[in-house]
Design a protein around this ligand. Structure first.
Ligand code: FE2
Length: 275
């Protein structure tokens, strides 16, 4: 498989074999990279889960990073041999189980840039999120919040995610959220974020198992149906590529979703709430 400079760039996935709940072995990797290639993805930063608290314990940090190094080397070698047109870079998805992780090691950031993918622990928003994000930013690293649409404890309309942006964070929505893969509320919030122009990136969060898929093709179709083809290009191609080069993402125009589409989404949501 030969690639070129075109194609989508995906900054969130779990493809390093055997280190988290993503790909288990190179067979999973092979099937996953094939699916990503078929969806048009040509650049990947793969982001295994990493507990922020480990960064404060020297011995634990070096043993977890050694495990990551070994898995990363296997993935990189395999991808170069089997998918020579695909660029694969290294990152982590840092779980903020402590408020002040040490992110100085470039292996903890996205492809060695000053951007870091972070998530709140247990898919639950903890207290005092703003100061945590500001502190990370003050350390010279820009946090990208993974799937803000998915957290419990976020206000229903998701306005807290706007405060995260005001504190300097970027927002990365999952492709699958746009097509209801995680349920009605994450979908509704993802659409509201798009309507407000708050989404900086779309990514797969693909967990590299045979029964899963990156979701990019479905999200692309949905966005085209909402008149958001231009925004999709920015969110899945231009902006992730900019991050990879260490450049800030471009602003994304508010998506104007037709009221008929909203009526259907609201109707489905309310009928489920009543059950
Ligand atoms: Fe993830």
């Amino acid at each position: 498989m030969r690639g070129n400079s075109r194609g989508f760039t995906d900054l969130h996935s779990h493809l390093v074999p055997g280190v988290d709940d993503g790909a288990r072995n190179l067979e999973d990797v092979r099937a996953s990279l094939k699916k990503m290639w078929q969806a048009g993805i040509r650049r990947i930063v793969t982001t295994p889960h990493f507990d922020g608290s480990l960064t404060k314990e020297k011995t634990l940090l070096s043993s977890r990073l050694a495990e990551m190094d070994e898995g990363w080397h296997r993935l990189k070698t395999f991808a170069e041999e089997e998918f020579p047109g695909l660029e694969v870079h290294r990152g982590q998805e840092i779980m903020l189980d402590i408020p002040d992780p040490d992110l100085s090691d470039p292996r903890l950031r996205l492809a060695g840039t000053t951007y870091v993918l972070v998530e709140w622990p247990g898919l639950q928003v903890p207290p005092s999120t703003g100061p945590v994000l500001e502190r990370i930013g003050a350390g010279g690293v820009r946090p990208i919040i993974a799937h803000p649409e998915r957290y419990r404890g976020l206000d229903r309309e998701g306005y807290m995610a706007g405060e995260w942006r005001e504190r300097g964070a970027l927002l990365q929505v999952n492709h699958g959220s746009l097509v209801g893969r995680y349920g009605d509320l994450p979908r509704r919030r993802a659409l509201m974020f798009l309507e407000r122009g708050w989404v900086d990136l779309l990514a797969s969060d693909f967990h590299g198992r045979p029964h899963l898929s990156p979701g990019l093709t479905e999200a692309r179709q949905a966005m085209a149906g909402w008149g958001g083809g231009g925004q999709f290009g920015l969110l899945a191609d231009v902006n992730p590529k900019r991050i990879l080069r260490g450049e800030d993402p471009l602003p994304v125009q508010e998506l104007a979703i037709k009221s008929g589409v909203w009526d259907r989404i609201r109707g489905a949501f309310q009928s489920r709430e009543r059950r």
